[in-house]
Design a protein around this ligand. Structure first.
Ligand code: HEM
Length: 339
């Protein structure tokens, strides 16, 4: 506390000594919301109160950019501490924690096999549009994640290895990629939401699925329709997390369009925290969708999954698909019989 007040007092004293020039930088002094100043308070006292309340000291500028008039914004120190310390810890623990969980899971359980082996008969799980939207979202997310992590961890992990010049070039291009790939990512989120929301409404089956540990922990296979409880979680993390990250990101890409410096600092905190949590969640999703489960990748690769895989993980969905196929074929069969 004292360490915060001392510089403020020193600054106030400094401003006091520089009284003639202060009149120039102070500009017209306005009241402070929630703490109206005494009517006879001096300009210096008012400015001091503004600093203590986390406001800013503004000078007067003749160029159109009014932001450049800011001389002191004490909340910036909290924001810097968030970026340099808090975010690094939250991100480090989330991502390394998820990698540790995956390593333990793989070491103890190995790859989840297709029970009864592959049959060679397949069923279509995702069509071309679904896979296209998935890979557009996933591809842009991976680059956004890597270039974003570079902004938080690069100076410690990459700069010492590649040196300042290469790091500056890498980070500059990374920033361009980060800004522009936000657009396909956002579009992907909207399309995934519209295509899959109807199959991702939580229901009783999901509660049972979570109680049975998804069949991953313990024994037995909880029933699941098109998406199981874990996949619904991935869906909502993608949609809600992705929306928050996108909106806060656009606030940052277009500085001062929709909010002031305090709003941008808040947007940055939301962007950073949600992003690292989402990255950790997606590391888990990527593992299960590739190395962790035999036969899963086919769903997003060719779109065709083995019948045994489908029955094992999405039995109710298979029943539905078979019923739909019979209903489609039956009228055709009747027509053929009539010929
Ligand atoms: C880059 C590596 C990735 C791989 C290998 C991968 C793989 C897969 C696979 C195989 C499925 C289908 C699972 C099934 O048949 O039920 C799937 C579904 C899905 N993916 Fe990915 N994915 C990746 C990245 C991402 C990313 C980055 C996101 C979001 C930002 C994402 C969002 C989704 C969603 C919402 C689903 C549907 C729900 C689910 O099945 O979990 N994926 N992914």
């Amino acid at each position: 506390m004292i360490s915060r007040i001392l510089p403020v007092l020193a600054l106030a004293l400094g401003l006091g000594f520089a009284a003639p020039s202060f009149a120039q930088i102070g500009g017209p002094v306005t009241g402070i919301p929630g703490n109206p100043a005494a009517p006879n308070a001096s300009a210096e006292e008012l400015e001091l109160q503004k600093i203590l309340q986390g406001g800013r000291i503004a000078g007067r500028v003749t160029i159109p950019d009014n932001q450049s008039a800011s001389l002191v914004q004490p909340a910036g120190r909290d924001w810097r501490a968030f970026h340099n310390v808090t975010l690094t810890w939250v991100g480090g623990i989330a991502v390394l924690g998820m990698l540790a969980i995956i390593a333990i899971f793989y070491a103890t359980k190995g790859r989840i096999p297709v029970e009864g082996g592959r049959t060679g008969h397949t069923i279509q799980r995702f069509n071309l549009i679904e896979r296209g939207a998935h890979w557009m979202t996933a591809g842009s997310f991976v680059v956004l994640a890597l270039t974003g992590l570079n902004l938080t961890f690069g100076r410690w992990l990459i700069l010492p290895i590649v040196g300042p010049e290469a790091f500056a070039t890498l980070t500059l291009w990374g920033k361009y990629a980060h800004n522009y790939l936000s657009f396909p990512f956002t579009l992907g989120i909207v399309v995934l939401f519209l295509m899959w929301v109807k199959d991702n409404i939580p229901n009783k089956l999901d509660v049972a699925w979570f109680k049975a540990g998804g069949g991953l922990i313990g024994h037995g296979h909880p029933e699941a329709a098109r998406f199981n409880g874990g996949q619904k979680m991935v869906f909502w993390i993608t949609v809600i997390g992705g929306t928050l990250v996108a909106v806060s990101g656009y606030v940052l890409i277009f500085p001062f369009w929709v909010t002031d410096i305090a709003g941008m600092q808040l947007a940055h905190i939301v962007h950073g925290v949600i992003s690292v949590l989402m990255i950790a969640a997606m590391v888990g999703h990527i593992y299960i969708g590739s190395v962790g489960m035999e036969g899963a990748f086919d769903a997003m690769g060719s779109g065709q999954v083995d019948m045994n895989w489908a029955k094992q993980h999405h039995g109710l969905w298979v029943e539905d698909e078979v019923k739909k196929a019979r209903e489609t074929v039956a009228p055709g069969a009747r027509a053929a019989g009539a010929d």
